[in-house]
Design a protein around this ligand. Structure first.
Ligand SMILES: Nc1ncnc2c1ncn2[C@@H]1O[C@H](COP(=O)(O)OP(=O)(O)OP(=O)(O)O)[C@@H](O)[C@H]1O
Length: 291
């Protein structure tokens, strides 16, 4: 399935949150990466059909979404940034309720709920009230509900918020597994969520697409821009005010500082192998709220 985002803009009163966004997705995982307030949730909510764009079009296999709204919704799975849980519902009640809303009933619904509970490791907790779940469990329940209708398009707004490192890895593996024959758009500001699984990453900067390319391309473009430098703590305190520092490691009484910069910062600086995190810092170091 091909999903085309064509010239999408969104204003909230005078605030322009999205300005002429264009990109295209087919099968596989796409990362939507950007700092707080960049416009990720606005774009995700427009794609999920819970909010209208001020202008622009979403095309499904070349057809305006409004002309195939019912079909689009039946193929869509959506995990919003926050979910409401009914106080009296157990995890199972909640999943069966969402299944019913998606047109799945009876034994088929029960089978699907059990299958997904297994995948997100909630089988043993299905009969507990979901309001009492931990943050990570609520997130996993949210991920399960987004998959109930076997969606061809899966849109996830910060799906790993509140997950511990083990759950995060499990989640990544699950998404990678199910993405073979569907389109997954995953918004995050955590680089490691998409580092290894995204086919392409869209970097969004205050309402505009900065770049969309493969993670390898982002990393490759950083060759010769990441350096390791030894310095004293006093020097680092001054140096970090006007340089991009992606890591600091104490070694003896000095610091090994990872610097992201266009040119070799010192004659004795040693070139380091760049990562997507370095690319993210390089792209966003001037953006409000990032550093
Ligand atoms: N309902 C609203 N009314 C007014 N401004 C809004 C509204 N929703 C979002 N905004 C503004 O639009 C911009 C984009 O917000 P959005 O929530 O889409 O960003 P985001 O990248 O998802 O941020 P975060 O990671 O913090 O959720 C922000 O400046 C935000 O304050």
């Amino acid at each position: 399935m091909k999903l085309t985002i064509e010239n999408i803009s969104k204003s909230y009163g005078k605030k322009q949150a999205l300005i002429g966004i264009n990109f295209e997705m087919d099968n596989g995982v796409y990362g939507l990466l950007g700092p707080n307030g960049a416009g990720k949730s606005s774009l995700i909510r427009i794609l999920a059909g819970v909010m209208e764009a001020s202008s622009g079009e979403i095309l499904i296999n070349g057809m305006n979404r409004k002309k195939c709204e019912r079909e689009y919704r039946s193929k869509l799975g959506y995990l919003p940034q926050s979910l409401d849980f009914y106080p009296e519902f157990t995890g199972q009640d909640y999943l069966l309720y969402i299944a019913a809303l998606k047109g799945l009933k009876g034994a088929a619904a029960e089978r699907k709920v059990m299958e997904l509970a297994e995948q997100v490791r909630l089988t043993d907790d299905l009969h507990r009230k979901s309001v009492n779940y931990s943050g990570g469990m609520k997130r996993r329940l949210g991920i399960a509900q987004s998959l109930l209708n076997d969606p061809e398009i899966l849109i996830l707004d910060e799906p790993t918020a509140g997950l511990d490192p083990y759950e995060r890895i499990k989640f990544r593996n699950l998404i990678s597994l199910i993405s073979r024959d569907r389109t997954v758009l995953l918004s995050t500001h955590i680089v490691s969520d998409i580092d290894s699984i995204a086919k392409q990453t869209v970097m969004i900067k205050v309402g505009k697409i900065g770049k969309m390319q493969t993670n390898e391309s982002f990393v490759h473009a950083m060759d010769g821009k990441v350096w390791l430098v030894m310095m004293t703590v006093d020097k680092l305190v001054e140096y970090q005010n006007n340089h991009i520092i992606s890591n600091v490691l104490p070694i003896g009484d000095r610091m090994e500082v990872r610097v992201v910069t266009d040119d070799k910062p010192f004659p004795d600086a040693v070139a380091a192998v760049p990562t997507l995190e370095d690319a993210y810092l390089y792209e966003f170091h001037n953006e409000e709220g990032t550093l």
